[in-house]
Design a protein around this ligand. Structure first.
Ligand SMILES: Nc1nc2c(ncn2[C@@H]2O[C@H](COP(=O)(O)OP(=O)(O)OP(=O)(O)O)[C@@H](O)[C@H]2O)c(=O)[nH]1
Ligand SMILES: [Mg+2]
Length: 143
């Protein structure tokens, strides 16, 4: 089974995306610790916001096949340091979330993800079911 780890700022939509991919009801639940559900490893935003947790992210990534850097389309800045992706010895993709919200900026989000070292980028909206099938395919096809 392909395992994908989601990394991104608090509130960027990782847990909601996890629920959408797994076909669960979308309910808000603050992520308090790294959570392992099926093929998705959901991490709390605090782990990318505080450098002292980087090691925890890196060690969790060793059990994963794919790392996804998650960027909210409406966020005016990026939490990812330049070339952050190179910390992981795994394939890294970028996911833009909340593309349904008016006033978001896809090209800005894409630029942030490229700076972070993610080249393949998936645009998504958990609310509008956009990009969810593409992400499910990553989980199945990348075996
Ligand atoms: N409009 C819209 N809102 C979204 C979308 N995805 C998530 N949200 C909202 O964004 C808020 C935060 O979502 P979460 O999925 O909890 O964010 P998270 O990245 O898991 O946050 P932490 O667990 O704190 O790291 C919630 O109120 C969601 O309803 C989306 O695709 N569209
Ligand atoms: Mg969460």
């Amino acid at each position: 089974m392909v395992k994908m780890m989601l990394v991104g700022k608090t509130g960027c939509g990782k847990t909601t995306l996890t629920q959408a991919i797994l076909g669960e009801e979308l309910t808000y639940k603050k992520t308090q610790a790294i959570s392992y559900c099926d093929s998705i490893v959901d991490t709390p935003g605090e782990y990318i916001e505080n450098r002292r947790y980087y090691n925890a992210l890196i060690s969790s990534s060793s059990k994963c096949d794919l790392i996804a850097l998650v960027q909210d389309a409406t966020a005016q800045n990026s939490i990812f340091p330049p070339k952050f992706a190179s910390l992981f010895k795994k394939k890294v993709i970028g996911i833009i979330t909340k593309t349904d919200i008016e006033g978001g900026n896809l090209s800005r989000a894409e630029k942030f993800l490229h700076w972070a070292g993610a080249n393949e980028i998936v645009e998504s909206s958990s609310m509008m079911n956009i990009g969810i099938d593409t992400l499910r395919k990553y989980l199945i096809l990348e075996n």
